[in-house]
Design a binder for this molecule. Structure first.
Ligand code: FES
Length: 572
């Protein structure tokens, strides 16, 4: 536990009137107008950062969670003060929530720093919200603890369980292939997401919730509790109490998010077979504190870390099964020999202390032992090569092994509109062993939407083709699967080699060598680049700020002026 500290409470960061006593008196007067007593105004203040919105289904129970956090704060002798930030509902934002992650992080950072609080509880859930909150809190530098909203429960359809959103894609694929009709897809639509909470599989939201626990930024055992389980409210109350302890014994995010805890988080990501998006988000969170994990180190971690968790989209189960099976704690205990155990966590204990007690009963159908993994190597790898000189990401756990070592003819789409217009055309010149390529869907090109899961052209889907190699500078939903190369950098819109690919070029993917190569002469690539011109930029507002400053995927897609100073890399 850190040294005791006298919380400043309401005196934190007084408003600048040039008269501190006046500022204090005025602030207390306005606080009294909210009906808060003198006694409570003298307590440590815990901010509760919330983001409920009727455009965010995943945060539907957030008001009840905030109430439970406040209860915990009061019980521990603090004054809770809830405050809103913007909310990012994954499927309600255009062009993509990814563009707004950095905006939310700035909102979180400035509101933590600008308002009088000794510690803050961050409540988030939907894909971009937890990364945004961790990024903002890391930059703000105040004691902070994360609470997630928790995953949805599954629905039912014709005797099988359904969970957003792996099953959303599976049934959409069946509909596109003509295997189910319009009436059935309509029924499925109402059965995929039936409760509050984040998507029910190991998608981006769940992966980030688990990563947060592995980083040590949330209480142990809290990542996977379903949103509607009463234990989630207990976890919220406990998080409120922990925040008061943080106010009195400060631990700041930079003490918890270190190069070693980031490596632990990457290990967990590999063993979960988790979302490719988590690499971008964890890189951005770490980047706020000047921490960088190289692609080679990422691959080393992946090659050493087995996949232990059998959940969709790479396996069978859902998050409710993961929670019942033992959750993050059970996985971390299996990974113990590979982890940096001296990392400090937000409750003042080390990871070693957190993992000292045995896991208890573990459902080995869902969480395998280290000795009997689902796969001996991790779920994600970094690729490089002439098509992606600065890197690309490949989720080998969700891909078809028969497509790991292939060379094929490129079928190129110049952008999202081109793909939408032609992918299902009966005239599209495409065969099952071709490689589909999407350009101009990276951070600069389109805000990096989750468009990397290119649909199988319908004429091939109807012929029974289930998977093809697909390459883009886009991202992919954490709930999606297939032989898909993502995050190609530099992206097409900044003149990366991807910009030069033409239909008919040959491309080679080698998972064994971790390479993605465009088999075109360098001189020809340079000749094509000389004829290339960048797409136009937006001229005003946040879109212009984003476009002028966003970094490439290997740097976390943060805005360049928000990244922290570099620190020494982790020891290997
Ligand atoms: Fe929010 Fe999937 S829509 S986590």
């Amino acid at each position: 536990m850190s040294a005791p500290h006298e919380p400043l409470g309401l005196d934190n960061g007084l408003t600048n009137y040039g008269d501190r006593d006046f500022a204090r008196y005025l602030r207390r007067s306005m606080a009294h107008s909210m009906g808060v007593s003198d006694e409570l105004l003298s307590k440590p203040i815990v901010g509760i950062a919330t983001s409920p919105s009727q455009f965010n289904n995943c945060h539907r129970y957030m008001p009840e969670l905030a109430e439970a956090v406040a209860r915990g704060v009061l019980a521990a002798g603090g004054l809770p003060r809830e405050f809103p930030t913007i909310s990012l509902g994954e499927v309600f934002l255009n062009p993509t929530s990814m563009v707004f992650r950095n905006l939310m992080s700035m909102d979180v950072e400035e509101m933590i720093r600008g308002q009088p609080m000794d510690a803050v509880v961050l409540i988030g859930g939907c894909d971009k919200t937890v990364p945004a909150q961790l990024m903002g809190a890391a930059s703000a530098g105040r004691p902070a603890i994360q609470l997630v909203t928790g995953p949805m429960m599954t629905g039912r359809h014709k005797g099988e369980r359904l969970g957003a959103c792996t099953d959303c894609r599976r049934f959409w694929g069946k509909f596109r292939a003509g295997e189910i009709d319009r009436v059935e897809i309509k029924q499925v639509e109402t059965r995929l997401a039936t409760t509050a909470g984040t998507c029910a599989v190991m998608g981006t939201a769940s992966t980030m919730a688990c990563i947060t626990e592995a980083l040590g930024m949330s209480l142990p055992g809290t990542a996977a509790i379903p949103a509607v389980d009463s234990q989630r409210l207990v976890a919220a109350e406990e998080t409120g109490k922990a925040a008061v302890r943080l106010a009195r014994h400060p631990i700041t995010p930079d003490q918890v998010i270190t190069s070693q805890s980031v490596e632990n988080a990457f290990r967990l990501l590999m063993s979960l077979g988790g979302s490719t998006n988590a690499i971008v988000h964890l890189t951005a969170v770490a980047g706020r504190l000047g921490i960088r994990i190289s692609p080679d180190r990422l691959n080393q971690i992946s090659d050493e870390t087995p996949v232990l968790v059998d959940l969709k989209p790479v396996g069978e189960g859902y998050m409710e099964d993961f929670h019942a099976a033992g959750g993050v704690g059970a996985v971390l205990r299996e990974l113990k020999p590979l982890l940096h155990l001296d990392c400090l966590t937000i409750d003042g204990t080390t990871l070693r202390q957190r993992l000292e007690t045995p896991a208890g009963w573990v459902d080995r159908k869902v969480i395998r032992s280290f000795e009997q993994p689902i796969s001996p190597v991790g779920g994600l790898i970094a690729l490089s090569g002439t098509l992606a000189p600065h890197g690309a990401i490949f989720k080998r756990a969700a891909a078809t092994p028969a497509l790991f070592e292939v060379e094929g003819r490129a079928v190129v789409f110049e952008g999202l509109e081109d793909m939408a217009a032609r992918i299902d055309s009966p005239d599209l010149d495409v065969n099952a062993d071709d490689i589909l390529v999407l350009k101009n869907a990276g951070p600069h090109g389109a805000g990096m939407p989750e468009a990397g899961y290119l649909p199988i052209p319908s004429k091939l889907a109807r012929a029974g083709v289930k998977d093809m190699v697909r390459i883009s500078d886009a991202r992919m939903s954490g709930t999606a699967y297939g032989t898909i190369v993502l995050h190609v950098a530099p992206e097409a819109a900044v003149g990366g080699p991807l910009a030069t690919v033409r239909s008919g070029d040959r491309i080679r993917l080698s998972v064994a060598n971790k390479r993605i190569d465009l088999l075109v002469d360098e001189a020809e690539i340079q000749r094509r680049l000389a004829q290339w011109s960048p797409p136009p930029k937006p001229e005003r507002g946040y879109a212009a700020l984003y476009r002028n400053t966003v970094l490439q995927a290997p740097e976390g897609c943060d805005l360049d002026f928000l990244v922290g100073r570099a620190k020494a890399p982790a020891s290997t």
